[in-house]
Design a protein around this ligand. Sequence first.
Ligand code: ATP
Ligand code: MG
Length: 590
Amino acid sequence: MSTESPLAHPPATSAAPSGEGQPRDFIRQIIRDDLASGKHHAIRTRFPPEPNGYLHIGHAKAICLNFGIAAEFIGWCNLRLDDTNPGKEDPEFVEGIKDDVRWLGYEWHDLRHASDYFEVFYRGALKLIQDGHAYVDDLNPDDMRAYRGTLTEPGRNSPYRDRPVEENLDLFRRMRAGEFADSSKTLRAKIDMSSGNMNMRDPAIYRIRKVEHQNTGNAWPIYPMYDYAHCLSDALEGITHSLCTLEFEDHRPLYDWFVDKVDLVNHPELWQHLHDAGFQTEPAKPRQIEFSRLNLSYSITSKRKLAQLVSEKLVDGWDDPRMNTLRGLRRRGFTPAAIRLLIERLGISKQNSVIDYAIFENCVREDLDAHAPRRMAVLDPLKLTLTNLPEDHEETLLFSNHPKDESFGSRQVPFARELWIEREDFAEVPPKGFHRLKPEGEVRLRGVGIVKCDELVKDAEGNVIELRCTLDPESRSGMPGADRKVKGTIHWVSARHGVAAEVRLYDRLFNVPAPDDESDGKSWIEHINPDAKRLVHGWVEPAAAQALPEQRFQFERLGYFVADRIDHRTDAPVFNRAVTLRDTWAKQSG
Ligand code: ATP
Ligand code: MG
């Protein structure tokens, strides 16, 4: 039941570059107006995930919005675990969610659980019954559905709808005492079975479920429905602006109905016991405002499907670097700053859209280009021997760590007679326009000088296994020929000093832009990109091997990499590729 046309809210000025002024989306405008009019003096928001999985990139939008607003205006943001659905929820996910929110760079005011309020919800339900706004229904779930009607036909009143208040109170107390079997009775709101909004057709408030709960154990045999618990949790915490995604737009009338009918602000007897238990609460009337979800191409943003990838072992767990969970992105080498940049660029609006994954990758490149020191690594090694250097030749070259930022300083890179170069930087039969190494050809070795390929060494099958080259001494730094131009420059690692590394080359998990779109008759699982993970063994310069877990680098000419936060060791380095230097998908698809 939208009361506002989506067009009433133009998209935020998403082109604003990072840090240029404050975001000016329609939600922030509402908040500015509420502060200016004196409706609110402080802004209170919350981020309310259900702990039934780990957070994904879509959640990052809600996190940045809620915590961002609390930080920009005078206010705070709670982290509330929306745990009203026992059975699917797990304390492991609670810990993971806390970890991920902090990793993104945010700190909550209070950590709450919807289950902290179970007693409040129960008392609120008794009040609704007493006021004639709720009744216990004996219809079974199938009949209840049939009575509900359809979008074009009104529903019918349940035969139990007019039970006297005393009978309802008695039955509901006995539901709470555990006297009835699962699903045999339901507490329902008495609203309007002919409402044009299906959500208002006597929605369920409580159902019987004798299931252990991750926070409250077996204390409760009945559990509140989301629509009832969520708005009351907001009201109880004094949330001023309850920001949620567009699918809740039609639930807003019900949200307001429960808040008004339970009326926590004027009924402290419903929640005062929380104070005795140490909770600060100052109930207020919250306002729900909806915004569009973040959808990314080549990705899935549904916890259920992400959970399926994990349980069917199609990925190596929730933190698999191919997953767009926050922990997957973290392990992949993506940065909190890049994720925040993406969210800021996209802005907040009511327009649903799918964001091109390349925009996300570009945010990662932009952040890492500025913040990742440079190193050299060779991922597909071919030996190059400089025959005019003595066998024991060894020197240390000084390399700057960042071409555009002197504050990164410099490092020592060992250089010797035998080097590794990338196999693809040599071609025995070069294609036209090939500017790297070829027989009799010359190339610049990054930071060293110009080398000429004199001779190829091949194995029994005819594969090139070594290039024998000479280094032009006149082309070295400080020599008269140092400026001599050759077309190509390639990177290298000293064979004697390089450290063997495992390198995991990651790419997009799906090979089509809309894996969820099943109109082609294929399941989303069939669109998993089999090349999204490739393992190679290469060589890295010593300064790269010394990395701390989670340290990120640009490996020159190869891309941005991170030392794996779990498996990396300085004597057995493991790097994950976050992203290539340039978009390799654009030319494939277009
Ligand atoms: P999923 O469908 O993946 O299970 P959900 O919406 O059920 O997601 P919750 O844990 O209930 O997940 O979400 C917590 C908060 O994050 C909610 O306010 C929800 O609106 C928001 N959120 C979830 N997914 C997205 C998304 N793709 N874009 C923006 N906000 C999102
Ligand atoms: Mg949900």
